[in-house]
Ligand binder design. Structure first.
Ligand SMILES: N[C@@H](CCC(=O)N[C@@H](CS)C(=O)NCC(=O)O)C(=O)O
Length: 212
């Protein structure tokens, strides 16, 4: 089975990162195609006719008439986990039903809430150290909520649910918006982010930022 992952050309999309990590963790063969969001390439027919939502990430599975195209990162990671389940492949979600629901809760939450943090600490500030101003009052409130929720979730520097899950990567990337920009974050959460950051699948994504 072959896969193509459409990601943004700067490799700053946290959602494309999540799918990249999922494919890498599963050990599935895939190629990466880039879409230049800055020039609006996502709205051009070559991409938009294939990818329903005209957003990255988009995953293409197979070829020709058999081709299946899916957007929305958490839909993609759930699809991959169902299609390539443990024990043959690493699990992206916890095996316990309730823990799996909690992992999905985290994924849905970091994609839908905390907009001021996502805007004022966009991922270019995380991956490229783009300078940013101190958080506005609204963003401080959102950041405080992120820290509060993460403190309830994170029990130690390693994983939320015993073994690694894709929710660890997603939560860590959200927290990294504060951690990597020197905003105030408790040590426990910094250590958690640093630990997730070292994961080889995340490092493989970060290597995409290096020239050459
Ligand atoms: N909920 C979506 C969000 C995807 C998303 O926001 N993608 C952005 C890049 S980070 C994008 O394609 N933006 C271009 C556009 O919306 O035109 C997911 O999880 O995949």
């Amino acid at each position: 089975m072959s896969f193509e992952l459409y990601a943004d050309s700067l490799f700053t999309s946290p959602y494309a990162l999540s799918v990249f990590v999922a494919l890498t963790e599963k050990g599935l063969p895939f190629s990466v195609k880039t879409v230049d969001l800055g020039s609006g390439e996502q709205r051009q027919a070559a991409f938009a006719d294939r990818a329903l939502t005209a957003r990255v990430p988009a995953l293409v599975e197979g070829e020709g008439h058999e081709q299946f195209v899916l957007t929305e990162s958490s839909a993609i990671t759930e699809y991959l986990d169902e299609s390539f389940p443990p024990p043959e492949y690493i699990a992206l979600y916890p095996q316990d039903r309730r823990q799996r629901a909690l992992a999905r809760q985290i994924q849905a939450w970091v994609r839908s809430d905390l907009v001021p943090v996502r805007v004022e600490r966009d991922t270019e500030t995380v991956f490229f150290k783009k300078p940013c101003a101190p958080l506005s009052e609204t963003a401080q409130t959102a950041a405080a909520k992120l820290v509060h929720v993460a403190e309830r979730l994170v029990q130690g520097p390693q994983h939320l649910f015993g073994d690694w899950s894709i929710a660890d990567t997603d939560l860590a990337i959200m927290l990294s918006r504060l951690v990597r920009n020197g905003d105030e974050v408790p040590v426990k959460l910094r250590e958690y982010v640093d630990f997730q950051w070292q994961r080889p699948s995340v490092q493989a994504w970060l290597a995409r930022h290096q020239p050459g």
